[in-house]
Design a protein around this ligand. Structure first.
Ligand SMILES: *Cc1c(COP(=O)(O)O)cnc(C)c1O
Length: 224
């Protein structure tokens, strides 16, 4: 497999025109594919599995910005804390606490996005909007000085139904605006939503960061 260059140029043109950032999702893909996109000038890559991310970070150029976009277990935060640039899927306070602890150990401030559950499916992780707003209102984020909450992340339902997708993205954009008003913090500026199948719709609904894998690298093997 290799990188789909035309797809990259097309996506790049769209995200640049709309001021959206592009995370190239390289999970399960070999280092040479990442290097190929890197050689085209791309620097931001997203990975879902801790061990795979750690191995790639060692092997690939040091100026890559690595985002962790998968479900992160608290006991694995320590492996990525030295270098990770953004953790997208923070779905509970226990995890926030652990990220804060590991950031402190590494003398870092780690940027995070809080994951909001927007899909109708049971399997997707995240805060529901009510408990998220409760967390923000409580002021408890200030207990985690080595974490900076840069925004929200969500995954829409696995469907091609545009009405459902639009409703889910729209709901997340509303929650994002509410939290932004409450926090009144310039750092809170990132809304990570949209993947290969729905990124154009996500951008229309207010996304500022899309996470795209298969359009760039081809379909993944189902088993890692
Ligand atoms: C795999 C993955 C993506 C990329 O999905 P594609 O449909 O291949 O673009 C985006 N976000 C998350 C959280 C993922 O796990």
């Amino acid at each position: 497999m290799s990188v789909h260059k035309e797809a990259y140029q097309k996506i790049k043109a769209i995200v640049d025109a709309t001021n959206v950032s592009l995370v190239a999702v390289s999970k399960t893909k070999p280092n040479k594919d990442i290097q190929e996109l890197y050689d085209l000038g791309h620097r931001v890559f997203g990975e879902n599995y801790v061990q795979e991310l750690v191995d790639k970070e060692v092997a690939l150029p040091k100026d890559i910005h690595w985002h962790f976009i998968g479900h992160l277990q608290s006991n694995k935060v320590k492996y990525i804390a030295p270098f990770v640039q953004l953790i997208h899927g923070v779905d509970g306070e226990k995890l926030l606490q652990e990220i804060n602890k590991q950031a402190l150990k590494n003398h870092r401030i780690i940027s995070c996005l809080l994951q909001v559950h927007i899909a109708s499916e049971e399997t997707k992780f995240g805060f529901d909007a009510v408990s998220l707003l409760e967390l923000i209102d409580s002021g408890r984020l200030s207990n985690y000085p080595n974490v900076v909450v840069k925004g929200l992340m969500g995954m829409a339902s696995f469907t091609e139904d545009q009405t459902i997708l639009k409703k889910e993205f729209d709901g997340l954009a509303t929650t994002f605006a509410q939290v932004k008003t409450k926090l009144n913090n310039v750092h809170f500026d990132t809304l990570s939503m949209g993947m290969s199948g729905d990124y154009e719709l996500a951008i229309k609904e207010g996304s500022t960061m899309v996470r795209i894998g298969s359009l760039l690298f081809g379909a993944r093997n189902l088993v890692l």
